[in-house]
Design a protein around this ligand. Structure first.
Ligand SMILES: Cc1cc2nc3c(=O)[nH]c(=O)nc-3n(C[C@H](O)[C@H](O)[C@H](O)COP(=O)(O)OP(=O)(O)OC[C@H]3O[C@@H](n4cnc5c(N)ncnc54)[C@H](O)[C@@H]3O)c2cc1C
Length: 304
């Protein structure tokens, strides 16, 4: 790759943007899969982010925002352009008033849940154990065990394609099943506001512990994955359909339908993106042929 296209990145000091060139994306995805990104930028503050977006736009350099990479399948050929990850000030979490938390999109859901627990605020217990960032969770409307981000997020600030700061409030967030107002757009979420409720710390902790216990007993957490590979089809459970088709343990190269939870494709060792994609296609085809149900991917594919 031609680093000179990205020379401008060297003009940012490390307090603004930390840049890695030709960065293997397998280091930044929970699947541990993915070729190199031309540039991987950890942006530390809003001013730097706005400047970076404006330069990318002017030079027609594609950019892609990622969180903790826990819902991504990155191409073996990597990503042409700049990957943006939010660090620094985007990880801050604070109490705005009694029950309202402002959380930087770069913070992990785990730190947000711990912050809520520390302040005896309930409502986020469901999110304990989802290994994403707050930005990724808001983008995806992540959910588990009967709870979703949409139940607790009341507004979100973002930066649009032109580098303008904007905000969605209430129903403007347009949350749906694993989607939000941000789906299909090039907007970067910077902060999310969560309205929670006072709750006894002990009962929050007990619920978090219980949900984590259920997660560990059901999910193949010993192997790299991106969580549930498929969305829940209306009226069915993807994992049950896959299991009923006899596909548990089915594999292509290093990718395997987990024997512990058929809804997860895992990286048993050395899996490539194309192994996972081929396995996804096999599973889709067999589930359609045997059950007449078309599975759709929840995992997002990125790259060239
Ligand atoms: C073991 C395991 C268990 C999981 N369990 C669950 C579960 O119970 N429930 C569930 O819903 N998911 C689950 N997931 C999937 C994943 O953790 C969630 O989808 C999570 O919300 C993704 O967050 P992320 O920060 O990793 O986002 P990424 O995977 O990095 O990105 C996902 C999408 O969000 C976008 N995005 C990320 N940050 C921003 C931002 N700041 N602004 C705009 N767009 C952004 C990206 O462009 C991408 O389109 C699981 C994954 C694993 C590996």
């Amino acid at each position: 790759m031609n680093n000179f296209i990205y020379d401008f990145l060297n003009d940012f000091d490390e307090k603004s943007i930390v840049t890695y060139f030709d960065e293997p994306m397998r280091r930044h995805t929970s699947f541990k899969i993915g070729g190199n990104a031309d540039a991987y930028c950890v942006v530390q503050n809003s001013a730097a982010l706005i400047k970076l977006l404006k330069i990318c736009r002017k030079r027609e350099i594609p950019y892609y925002i990622i969180g903790k990479g826990s819902n991504l399948l990155v191409s073996d050929n990597g990503i042409r352009g700049t990957v943006i990850r939010l660090g620094g000030e985007f990880k801050s979490i604070s109490l705005v008033d009694d029950c309202l938390i402002r959380c930087g999109a770069g913070a992990s859901l785990a730190s947000l849940c711990s912050f809520a627990l520390d302040h005896s605020l309930g409502g986020l217990e469901f999110a304990w154990g989802i290994p994403g960032s707050v930005g990724g969770a808001a983008f995806m409307n992540a959910g588990a065990y009967g709870g979703e981000i949409k139940d607790v997020a009341v507004s979100a600030m973002y930066i649009d394609e032109n580098g303008n700061r904007k905000r969605y409030e209430g129903s403007g967030l347009d949350f749906g099943y694993r989607r939000s107002a941000f789906s299909g757009k090039n907007q970067i979420i910077t902060d999310v506001f969560f309205k929670l409720e006072h709750k006894a710390q002990r009962s929050i902790r007990e619920e978090m512990d219980e949900l984590m216990r259920r997660r560990k007993s059901k999910q193949p957490l010993d192997y790299p994955s991106a969580g549930s590979t498929f969305k829940r089809p209306e009226g069915y459970y993807a994992a049950a359909l896959i299991e009923e088709c006899g596909l548990k343990g089915e594999s292509v190269g290093g990718a395997q339908v987990s024997e512990k939870h058929a809804g997860f494709i895992i990286n048993k060792g050395g899996a490539t993106c194309s192994d996972v994609k081929d396995l996804i296609e096999n599973v889709k085809e067999q589930v359609y042929n045997q059950k007449g149900v078309r599975l759709q991917c929840e995992v997002k594919f990125i790259g060239t």
